[in-house]
Design a protein around this ligand. Structure first.
Ligand code: ZN
Length: 319
């Protein structure tokens, strides 16, 4: 099963009030409306599970495959844990609310779900001057609570400018927000627990503000903010340059830049691959597959050698 083919996945498109149309105009996905914010492209999460497009499991979800065909992921049958990772592409046509996610322990004890949420972003595109929120300036928990209650957001929130190709690592407990005009590919723990800190006092058509979760936000926020130190290394494999963006407890993420041909070896339990630009041919054994910007797949366990030919960029990750 899947010895000479990858597991191709169908993205799940999600409407969001801050979303736009770039998931259609840039990635050619069918979008449900002009406010489409997220494509869940490699997902076994119950809120948006990917459907397998090819092979013996076509039509099943990635969650089914994880549960029933653990050998594809080198998973021991006794391992009852949920699929650990989730990959999304986000189109922020407007600012996202300022938020923070809990760690595993808090998620388990307080929310009764298996995973907290550490995430990271590769900036696919960004308009001139686009900004993110990453961290805060409070020195103590009390100061954080006080500034939040008094609405001193400009003084509290730490803003950074970003451009295409930037990488941002967001461990659980980091206050963050994706700003208007940014498209990112996000690799994260498979979790959907979000505490909203601030929503720019925006109201919906009925004049209602979105719910905030200040108390829990303050409980889970790392104080003072610490900038994560991320060491990036580069490896050249044939005509492919592999840049390791982050290697940490939950995931390792790479950027691959292919300009020609590369022969690779699959040595991980499974590999998540997203094509973010260009097109290429993937060859495994006697089988070849055309892949292009917007294609997402998993290389299953034991696939051995494979090759890539073309001009393309990828974001690749594994546990
Ligand atoms: Zn987040």
């Amino acid at each position: 099963m899947y010895k000479t083919e990858p597991i191709f996945l169908q993205p799940v498109l999600q409407e969001r009030i801050w979303g736009g149309e770039k998931l259609h105009t840039e990635f050619h996905y069918e979008i449900p409306s002009a406010h489409t914010g997220e494509a869940w492209v490699i997902s076994a999460h119950p809120n948006g599970p990917s459907i397998i497009k090819n092979g013996p499991l076509a039509g099943k979800t990635l969650a089914d495959a994880w549960k029933e065909q653990g050998e594809l992921f080198n998973k021991a049958s006794s391992n009852e844990e949920e699929y650990p990772l989730l990959v999304k592409i986000l189109d922020a046509a407007d600012d996202l609310s300022v938020q923070v996610h809990p760690n595993d322990q808090f998620a388990r004890e307080v929310e009764g779900v298996p995973y907290g949420k550490t995430e990271c972003w590769y900036v696919v595109s960004a308009e001139e001057g686009a900004e993110l929120v990453l961290g805060h300036h409070a020195k103590t928990q009390e100061e954080l609570a006080q500034m939040a209650e008094q609405g001193e957001w400009d003084q509290l929130l730490r803003r950074i400018k970003v451009k295409a190709g930037d990488f941002v690592y967001v461990p659980s407990g980091t206050i963050h927000a994706i700003g208007k005009g940014i498209v990112i590919l996000e690799t994260q723990q498979s979790s959907d627990i979000t505490y909203r800190v601030y929503d720019y006092d925006r109201t919906d058509a009925e004049g209602n503000k979105r719910e905030l979760h200040l108390e829990r936000s303050i409980q889970v926020t790392t104080v003072p903010h610490q900038d994560a130190i991320v060491e990036q290394t580069e490896t050249v494999i044939g005509d492919l340059v592999e840049k390791k963006l982050v290697e940490e407890q939950y995931f390792t993420v790479y950027h691959w830049n292919l300009n020609g041909k590369a022969s690779l070896d699959m040595t991980k339990d499974f590999l998540q691959v997203s094509v973010i630009d260009g097109r290429a041919t993937l060859t495994i054994g006697d089988n070849s597959f055309e892949i292009e910007k917007g294609t997402h797949f998993i290389l299953p366990y034991g696939i051995g050698g494979y090759s890539l030919y073309g001009k393309a960029e990828f974001i690749v990750s594994h546990v």
